[in-house]
Design a protein around this ligand. Sequence first.
Ligand SMILES: C[S@@+](CC[C@H](N)C(=O)[O-])C[C@H]1O[C@@H](n2cnc3c(N)ncnc32)[C@H](O)[C@@H]1O
Length: 269
Amino acid sequence: MQLTMSDEDFTRLSRFIKAQYGINLTQKRQLVTSRLTSLMGEQGHTRCTPFIDRLLEKRDPANMELVLNRLTTNYTFFMREQDHFNFFEQTVLPELVQRHQRDRVLSIWSAGCSSGEEPYNISMCIKDFLGPEAGRWDTRVLATDISQRVLATAQRGVYELPDTIPEHWKKRYFVKDKASGQYAVAPVIKENVIFQTFNLMDPIRFRLKFDVIFCRNVMIYFDQPTKNALIGRFYDATVPGGYLMIGHSESLDKNSPYRTVAPSTFQKR
Ligand SMILES: C[S@@+](CC[C@H](N)C(=O)[O-])C[C@H]1O[C@@H](n2cnc3c(N)ncnc32)[C@H](O)[C@@H]1O
């Protein structure tokens, strides 16, 4: 049975989620009500107010995670928005290899990586591009998400593969489990991705500045000021000439400091 959420409870909950995670729920009352009240029902609550009181007071990470999992979508797949990977292989990687001839370190971030398909996909592009030279480079991809649940799936690295994955990639970068028909990401790719929990609302304090940031289909949840602030932090965390890729259905504010170089692909000046 679905519980009823009062205006006041909805307002304080959506304010809290926005402040903590940047996620804007004001237009999503129906979704919030149905998804969260079903969670509360599963936990044996008969009223929303005590659940929300407790969530806001205690901020228990396990409960916050359950709430977050109901409110966000983690939908992702290999080869998603393939144009980005083409641009990455044909334009970005040749440039980076030139630029990093000396240190041989590439710094790439998949921000909002969900269950890992995106950073593994990036890693496969890099290995393909560098070929036998790959072992002489540090190409580790940083992959972050707010959700522990998706990061656990990412770390496991076992998937049903779509037909869009090239056959030679299936052979080279996956190990098929005959019993289940699923594919495990091969160690050479797995070891090349570092997964970490990170909330994109937090200051960006990673050791290196990034050559490329992929933040695709994440900011769709954020309102414009939250998005602009994050874009500013991405810009500061990127090397001059570095790139930002966002989802194909997303856009940057016209005052953004980046220049557009391809659809939903931007470069720091
Ligand atoms: C739809 S998935 C996108 C996955 C992948 N980038 C893609 O394009 O296929 C969005 C991800 O953003 C994550 N996310 C949402 N808000 C976040 C935040 N404040 N900090 C970090 N990750 C967040 C969600 O947990 C989810 O896994």
